[in-house]
Ligand binder design. Structure first.
Ligand code: IMP
Ligand code: MG
Length: 172
């Protein structure tokens, strides 16, 4: 049986999301901000985050497929749901669930820059540090871990555990 070891409770998540939302609200007070959630993993984080912002935002989504049902990066990244709005000259904030190797997010940053936005920054629920393959500038991170496979609060393993309100380390 897989073991679930608690990492962040829903109260801790809530506090961190509140703090990040305050920073984002201050940093983008004078901007036309578009937040772009990365499906599916970021949908819960994004929905909590935007309701804590004190500034207006547009909400968009993209979907990338990379992991399949395994817990290791295949390194083949594909967009399966594309951006459907104009982001030219707008400030863009990508909302991710977790950044591991960094390959997915750097693929997305390149993809979005092609639409000539004013800026592109990254906001992630979790920054997993040990396996980075690309240097990326993560402007906002709610939580940093060294390693391990995390589930809950949107994060899945083979489509399981997304619905859990807390975040766990999954030990197979
Ligand atoms: P990267 O391209 O290696 O940075 O992987 C990023 C994507 O892989 C994330 O958007 C997640 O969907 C998935 N992923 C990476 N690590 C985990 C994890 O610990 N739990 C759940 N999904 C993960
Ligand atoms: Mg993801």
């Amino acid at each position: 049986m897989p073991e679930l070891i608690p990492i962040l409770s829903k109260n801790e998540i809530d506090q961190r999301v509140t703090a990040i939302a305050a920073k984002i609200s201050a940093d983008y007070a004078q901007s036309e901000l578009v937040v772009i959630g990365v499906l599916k993993g970021a949908f819960i984080f994004l929905s909590d985050l935007i309701r804590k912002l004190s500034i207006p935002v547009e909400v968009e989504f993209v979907r990338v497929s990379s992991y399949g049902t395994e817990s290791a990066t295949t390194e083949k990244i594909r967009l399966t749901y594309e951006l459907e709005t104009e982001i030219k000259n707008k400030d863009v904030l990508i909302i991710e669930d977790i950044i591991d190797t960094g390959l997915t997010i750097s693929f997305l940053v390149d993809y979005l820059f092609a639409f000539n936005p004013k800026s592109v920054q990254i906001c992630t629920l979790i920054d997993k540090q040990e396996r980075k393959k690309k240097r990326i500038d993560i402007r906002y991170a709610c939580h940093v871990v060294k390693e391990g496979f995390l589930v809950g609060y949107g994060l899945d393993f083979a489509e399981k555990y997304r619905y859990l309100p807390d975040i766990y380390h999954l030990k197979l």
